[in-house]
Design a binder for this molecule. Sequence first.
Ligand code: JFZ
Length: 472
Amino acid sequence: MSTPRRDETRGRRSAVGLFLALLFGLAISPAARGQAAGESSRTTDQGDRTPNAIARRWFQDAKLGMFVHWGVYSLLGKGEWVMNNDKIPIAEYQKLPPTFNPTKFDAEAWVKLAKSAGARYITITTKHHDGFCMFDSKLTDYDIVDATPYGKDPIKALADACHKNGIKLFFYYSLLDWRHPDYYPRGKTGQHAGREEKGDWKKYVEYYQGQVRELCANYGEIGGLWFDGWWDNPDADWDLEGTYKLIHELQPGALVGNNHHVAPFPGEDFQIFEQDLPGKNSAGFNKAEVTAELPLETCLTMNRSWGYNATDDAFKSVEEIVHALLGAAGRGANLLLNVGPKPDGTIPAESVERLQGVGRWLEANGKTVYETRRGPIPPTDWGVSTAREGRGGEAPTVYLHVLKADAAEIELPEEFAKFLVMPLGKPSPLKLETKAGAVQLVLPADARTPVDTILVATPPAPTDDAVPVPLE
Ligand code: JFZ
């Protein structure tokens, strides 16, 4: 016979059970989530076998991507905004491509580096705000094949190397263009380019959509498109609906994201945060609410610059980057970690070292990150949680990532009272004490590990009188 106390326990247990079921998308149908038909009915639900849903789940599993900001601006070593910031007119800036010859660019080496970091995808600038195209476009001569002594398409080489090495490739594409004459009426930036005060916006939209078509048609299977620059001209008619439809038609498994800093538009497959974890706004421009419906991604610089900056040595440590990765994972987001290659095509040594450091950490601890979802404990003062679905009827596993180095005791929600909690890779269960409705977990110094103390929490078996049994 159940005692009242046990009934309470069961109630709590089912709350965690419900959370975990929701977490892995087992329980909610699109209809139950009030979604309309068409574009917005795309889901991440397990049962949804459309290429888009499969790609979204793949994306949520992937956790780490390598972001690449590379263009003719790299020559000046002052970041990718140099044309605007230094008020360089087009006539001057155009002198850069004839000197751009990245003979040391090695697509295979970049992809292997991304892999050694534990990244599962690469997102690269195909055109930034300066309008220069790093891919072979038939719609302009202002591209790397037509306008530089290099004369080859690095995006093609990268796409081939990615396909060969099982890495997905996403294309960053700037909707904003500081050079195109038809980018008119102008937006907030690019005012010193020296263009005439005229232009045909419709023609610009045709141009950019034509380039999106090229990116979807000429590089085999791609991971998706990552748009930026909408914020320069938010009231303009961008026909994003048409653009997204084109992408989804040409590449049914490609995901669309847009760094517009507002709530996601229909047809977008993931929500982007810049220099901030979802829900935070230290950068000042992440005011959008975090959507529950879409996969999330946070992009982050390794120093303070996106494009190569010769004097910026404010590099984050490997520990800080791993904490950012876990902070993202604990909020259900991927981390897109940036590198700014040099004009010769090599990636700065500081970045290489850090990528490899992150890779070493993931090599040892990746099973608590990849293929997980945000865990049942929201990010808190001691760290974050992630959770992994149980295979073949097994109970799900919750990973507690204790990021606070000196935490001697951490507080857990009372649902955890009957969980078995063990430091990753150590066979000794930790002591849980219930005090005033909360569970205190004692963390002796010898149970802690540098960077992240990972605790594996296994829920009690679903039978009524279950007593946790230590795992073998
Ligand atoms: C944008 C780009 O401008 C930047 O060069 C880089 O590519 C980054 C990933 O994305 O950064 C922005 C864009 C808009 C604002 C801030 C940073 N904004 O509106 O405040």
